[in-house]
Write a protein that binds this ligand. Sequence first.
Ligand SMILES: NC(=O)c1ccc[n+]([C@@H]2O[C@H](COP(=O)([O-])OP(=O)(O)OC[C@H]3O[C@@H](n4cnc5c(N)ncnc54)[C@H](OP(=O)(O)O)[C@@H]3O)[C@@H](O)[C@H]2O)c1
Length: 334
Amino acid sequence: MKTKAIILNNYPKFTPSSKDVDCISIQLDNFPSETVLIRLLFLSVDPYMRNRLRPEGTHYIKPLEIGKPIISMGIGEVIESKTVKFKSGDLVIGMFPWQEFAVINANAAKPIRQTTLPITTQLGILGYPGLTAYIGINKIAKPLPGQTIFISSAAGAVGSLAGQLAKIHGCHVVGSTSSQEKINYLIDYYHYDTAFNYQQYREDYASAIKKYCPHGIDINFENVGGKLLEAVIECLNLQSTIVLCGAISQYNSQNPRQGPNNFHKLNSKNAKLIGYIVTDYDHLFDEFQQYIIDQYLKGKINYHETIINGLGNAWSAFIGLFDSKNIGKMLVKI
Ligand SMILES: NC(=O)c1ccc[n+]([C@@H]2O[C@H](COP(=O)([O-])OP(=O)(O)OC[C@H]3O[C@@H](n4cnc5c(N)ncnc54)[C@H](OP(=O)(O)O)[C@@H]3O)[C@@H](O)[C@H]2O)c1
C-alpha cells in the first residue's frame, strides 16, 4: 500500500523552514512477523526535535536522517498485527515516523494506558512534557510554601504544568510569555499568580522580573535561556535554585550560543543550577501519571492543547513552536 510521508531534505542552518521537508507518497512493503501496521492518529511536535536536525545530534539522541521520515512521539491505532502483543484496534504510543500509515516493530510500540483523560494527554500532561515538569518541580526544585518561582515559556506544554505543580506546593508563581492572551491563560486557567510579556521588555528583562518578583527569585524553572536567563541571575535570592529545563531561545542559533555573561554571580549568591534530561526518569512514569491524574481530579491541574490538522501541516506546527504559536501542548491530528 502507499502512504503519505514527511521526509527531511536537509538540516536547517537557523530557524527551520518549509524547504527543509517534502510531503511525498511512499510504498509500504509487506510487513514481517513481530511488526504492526498502524494508522497514525496524533503526532507530538517538541522543541528537543531541533537538536535532531543537526548532523552531530546530541549525546542523548541521534540526528534524524536526511531522506528519511521525521520521527516523533505519536499515537496510532493498530490496523493489522503480526505479533501476539497487539491486536487490531489497539491504541499504541511510541516514536513513530511522520506517515499516515506505518509498519512498526512491536517492541517500538507500547499500549496506551487508559485513564479518565483523553488519549492526547499521553503526549502532553501525562507524557514526556508532563514528566519533565514533574521531575523539575517535584523531584529537583522541591519548592517550599511562600517561595517565589519564576518560569519562562510559562504557557507552553512544560511551563503550564510546572506552574500548577509549584502552586500545589504553595509557591508564588510568576511566568513570562509572549502575548496578553497567554498571560490571561496563565492567570485564569493555569493558576499562575502573575505573568508578563517578555516581548515588551526585550531591552531590559531584569526590570520586568524585578517588577513581577519584588521579593526576588527563589526558584527559576528555566525554559528559554540566553538573555532572559542572564536577567534571572541578576534577580536570584541567596540560596536559590535554577532548574535548567531548556533554552529554546538558543536552539536555532549556530555556535557559539548566547550564554549568560554573569554566570559567576551564582557563586556569590550561593545559588545552584541543575540540568536534567527527562528520559533519565522513565522509571518514574507510573508514579508521575498517578500524581497528575489525582491532582487533575481534585481540580488542581488544567491542561490545554493546540491541535493542528493534517500530516501536511505537521512541519509548520513544529516551526510554530519557535514562533510562539501554541498555548499548552502543540499536537498534530492526522
Ligand atoms: N530537560 C528535558 O528533558 C526537557 C524535556 C522536554 C522539554 N524541555 C524543554 O522545555 C522547554 C519547553 O518545552 P515545551 O515542549 O513545553 O515547548 P512549549 O513551551 O510548549 O513551546 C515552545 C514555546 O517556547 C517559546 N519560545 C519559542 N521561541 C522563543 C524565544 N526565542 N524566546 C523565548 N521564548 C520562545 C514560545 O512561547 P512564548 O509564547 O512564551 O514565546 C513557544 O510557544 C523547551 O526549552 C524544551 O527544550 C526539556
